[in-house]
Design a protein around this ligand. Sequence first.
Ligand code: KG4
Ligand code: ZN
Length: 344
Amino acid sequence: MEPDILKSNIEPSIILAIESSCDETSAAVIKDGQVLSNIIANQKVHESYGGVVPELASREHQKNIVPVIAEALNLAKVTKKDLNAVAFTRGPGLLGALLVGTSFAKSLALGLNIPLIEVNHMQAHVLAHFIDTPKPKFPFLCLTVSGGHTQIVLVKDYLTMEVIGETIDDAVGEAFDKTAKLLGLPYPGGPLIDKYAQEGNPHAFPFPEVTMEKLNYSFSGIKTNILYFLRDKVKENPKFIEENMADICASIQYTLVRILLNKVKKAAKETGIRQVAIAGGVSANSGLREALKEMAQKHRWKVFIPKFEYCTDNAAMIAIAGYYKYQAEEFTSQNVSALPRMKF
Ligand code: KG4
Ligand code: ZN
C-alpha cells in the first residue's frame, strides 16, 4: 500500500534524513528547519586502496546504517513514531551504496506510513547554506566541488537550480586525490595536500593550466602534467618528492584553485550576480576559502562558505533539502529506485 502522502502536516515537521551516496553513512533529524542531530560514520576501509572501493562501501553502509540512524534519533530525542517523513539521497553516487540508504528509507516510510522524500545529493550540497545563518538570497552562484563533481550552479530558488558550467572529465576532488596518490599520500589525499600546502610556496613549481571554453572545466590534463613533472624530477633526484612535499602541494593547490575561481569570476561577470557560495568536499580547502575571500573583496561580492562539518558528505544537508521539499509537498512514490547519474 502507498503511504497517504496527501495527509502531510506541514508544521510541525520532524524529518529523518539518510545519506549513503559514497563512503559516508550519515543520518540527521531536522525539526521545522532546525537540524537536531547529524551523525556521520566515515569508512576507513578505503584508505589503503587509494580510492573508494564500491563493493566495500556498500557493505560498510549495510553495517553502519542501523546504529547511525539510532544515534541520530537518540541525539535528537525523537522516536520513529514522531517522524513526519523520511528523506534520502537518491543520487548521484555509487549504485550499491545508494541502494542501502534508498531501501532503508523506503521500508521505514512504508512501515510508518509517512511520506518519502528523494533528495539530489548535489542539490543538497548547495542547500547546506540554509542550515545556519547567514543564508544567501536568491539568485546566487554556487561553486559545487566534490570528489565526483565540479559545477557552477545558478541557484534561483531552494528547488530550482541550473548547472551553467561543469567539468568535462575529472572532478576537482579527483584531481586533488589522484595527484596526492602520485605523491604517495593515502586516500583521500585532498585534505593532506591542503595540510602540506600551508607550509609551502605556491609559486615554487608553476604548472600549466588547461583552459576550457565557456564556463566549463577540465582537470585530467593537469593531472597528467603533474605526473610527467614528478617523473622527470624523481629521475634527477629520487628524494625530490619528500624533499619538496610542501612546495609541490602548495603549487598543485594554487593551480587548481586558480582554475576554479577564474570561471567563477567569469560566471559572476556574465550573470551580474554578486553573491557567491562554495559547497561540497573541496570547499573545505583552506586555499580555496582564502582565495575566494580575497576575490570577493576585490569584486565586492558577498561570499558564503559553509562550516567544515557541512562541506563533506553529511545527512544534515539531505535533511534541509528534505525540509524544503516537504514544505513544497514534493513526495516520492514507493516505486522509486536509486539513480547513480541523477541530474538536477
Ligand atoms: O563532497 P564529498 O565529501 O564527497 C563527494 O560527494 O565526492 O567530497 C570529497 C572530496 C574528496 O575528493 C576529498 O579529497 C576532497 O573532497 N576534500 C578536499 C579537502 N577536504 C575534502 N580537497 C582539498 N582540500 C581539502 N581540505
Ligand atoms: Zn558530496
